[in-house]
Design a protein around this ligand. Structure first.
Ligand SMILES: NC(=O)c1ccc[n+]([C@@H]2O[C@H](COP(=O)([O-])OP(=O)(O)OC[C@H]3O[C@@H](n4cnc5c(N)ncnc54)[C@H](OP(=O)(O)O)[C@@H]3O)[C@@H](O)[C@H]2O)c1
Length: 294
């Protein structure tokens, strides 16, 4: 069962599991997947925990991958009750059902659980969430880890990838802007090691297959500024970088704080599960291949 099946990671999980699994997807709005023999999508607000519980009990999935979240970081500053309901109460409910029914669970979290003052961060580093979205996501992963369910928490940062009708993929947005010769302003003071969604879907499957419960970080090999990432994207897709302008985070005047020195150390995933950690250029080349085929 995949929650948030229409989202960036949800769609990539369908790519990962679609050929050899029956998939039950849940999402807020009618989506992109038709009801096929092996993919069944139900429209549901996960806050309706009675309906959610009933559905999980009925389907009895072999595993649950919980990607759905309230992801509007700035709006969460005002809508914090909704953000906490979706990002903390829903995972708590899902984890408790998983414990009762003995269903393995992967919960997707974020680098925002850290302050972003002194990254990159390892799984063992102290969390210090700043802002309501960050606090709600930290509360969500904490209840999952403390639930006693067979659960893994995977933290990506700045996720990108390919999918249909998405607002959440930075690379697809930038490629589209540059192709249409629109100039863009990209922050040069936010550092992280972006996560390629297609490989995150593969890592998620590996973690479940290996029953590797606990916390895992996944991103690319090097930590770069968002501006450097944008230049790499332009280069990979053969687009001119002349329209990419560097700005500072303060210029954006955003409501919620952003982690400036973030990034996720992925050594644990590499050493314990043998996951190759690739460079940004290698992963962008894989994405380009994926987009050329689509
Ligand atoms: N994207 C990133 O850069 C990034 C970075 C770090 C961590 N993450 C985490 O990674 C996970 C997946 O992110 P993503 O980029 O794939 O997100 P996404 O593209 O926004 O997909 C999330 C999906 O969940 C749905 N959803 C939201 N609230 C729901 C609710 N109450 N009931 C049912 N469905 C609901 C959304 O529907 P609507 O679109 O209709 O609202 C959307 O289809 C999230 O947990 C996020 O916190 C993302």
């Amino acid at each position: 069962m995949i929650t948030g099946i229409n989202g960036l990671l949800g769609q990539n999980l369908v790519q990962e599991y679609g050929h050899d699994h029956e998939i039950f997807g849940l999402d807020l709005n009618p989506g992109i997947f038709e009801d096929l023999d092996h993919i069944h999508v139900k429209q549901m607000d996960l806050n309706n925990t009675n309906a959610l519980g009933e559905h999980i009990n009925q389907v009895r999935p072999g595993k649950i991958i919980h990607t759905a979240a309230y992801t509007n970081v700035d709006r969460a500053e005002d809508d914090h009750e909704i953000a906490f309901a979706v990002n903390a109460e829903v995972p708590k409910y899902i984890a408790n059902i998983c414990l009762d029914l003995d269903i393995p669970l992967v919960h997707i979290s974020t680098d925002y659980v850290f302050s972003g003052d002194s990254g990159p961060y390892a799984e063992s580093d102290q969390c210090d969430a700043r802002g309501k979205y960050a606090e709600s996501k930290l509360a969500g992963e904490t209840v999952v880890l403390e639930s006693g369910a067979k659960a893994a928490v995977i933290r990506p940062n700045v996720m990108y990838g390919h999918g249909k009708h998405l607002s959440s993929s930075f690379v697809e947005w930038l490629v589209n802007e540059l192709k249409n010769e629109r100039s863009v302003r990209i922050v040069d003071d936010q550092y992280n090691n972006p996560t390629y969604a297609r490989r995150l879907a593969w890592v998620t499957r590996l973690v479940l297959d290996q029953k590797a419960w606990g916390i895992w970080h996944f991103g690319s090999k090097e930590v770069v500024s968002r501006y450097t990432f944008a230049l790499k994207i332009a280069d990979t897709f053969g687009l001119s970088s002349a329209l990419i302008n560097a700005i500072s985070t303060v210029d954006l005047n955003q409501k919620a704080p952003r982690p400036l020195r973030s990034g996720l150390i992925c050594e644990k995933l590499n050493k314990e599960l043998g996951v190759p950690i690739l460079s940004i250029d290698e992963e962008l080349a894989l994405l380009k291949e994926e987009m050329d085929v689509a």
